[in-house]
Design a protein around this ligand. Structure first.
Ligand code: SF4
Length: 183
């Protein structure tokens, strides 16, 4: 049997990854990559990390944790602290994490990568797909667009939520950075 190609799947949280990982397994051998230096505080980072590890384990996928480097994230978004969620800070945050995912794919000699960021109903999947493709061109990798994996976003979100509820995955109450946490 011909082995399936590997794909590096950037996972922002287990809930967003719940359905995408299952679907990707049909065509690929996914490796979960947790690269989320945006998450604040560290305690929250660790809760999402443990949930992502559980997701990988339940799907028999390899798991890689990137370095947690909040200082690099704060430097990247410097001057954009007052932007609202969905404003100018978010594209920088996406680019940082997707850039690190593409670099890791390159380092591991993996041709394909993608991200669970697009699964959230709060995120613009068209923008993220375009960004992923641009980064892929720059790094000579290949980005798999969200619509290729989950053509019906609302239905996919419903299914991902059901899977997550059944699996008991931790469900966060805010996007991730301290500026998105209103508590
Ligand atoms: S609101 Fe979310 S996507 Fe935007 S900068 Fe904060 S963590 Fe990143």
């Amino acid at each position: 049997m011909v082995p399936k190609p590997k794909i590096l799947l950037h996972v922002c949280c287990a809930v967003c990854g719940a359905l995408m990982l299952k679907i990707l397994r049909e065509r690929f051998e996914p490796i979960v990559f947790y690269s989320n230096s945006n998450i604040h505080p560290e305690e929250e980072y660790r809760k999402r990390l443990e949930a992502a590890k559980k997701l990988a384990l339940e799907n028999e996928a390899e798991f890689i944790e990137d370095r947690y480097d909040p200082a690099a994230w704060y430097e990247a978004v410097s001057g954009l602290e007052k932007e609202p969620e969905g404003g100018k800070r978010c594209p920088v945050c996406f680019a940082l994490r997707l850039g690190r995912t593409a670099a890791e794919a390159k380092r591991l000699n993996i041709r394909f990568f993608t991200t669970t960021l697009s699964a959230s109903l709060h995120k613009n999947e068209h923008y993220i797909d375009q960004l992923g493709k641009t980064i892929a061109e720059e790094t000579e990798t290949e980005f798999i667009a969200f619509a290729e994996i989950c053509p019906d976003k609302k239905d996919s979100w419903k299914k991902a939520s059901e899977i997550s509820r059944e699996a008991g995955f931790y469900r966060q109450k805010y996007c991730g950075c301290e500026f998105s946490n209103q508590n």
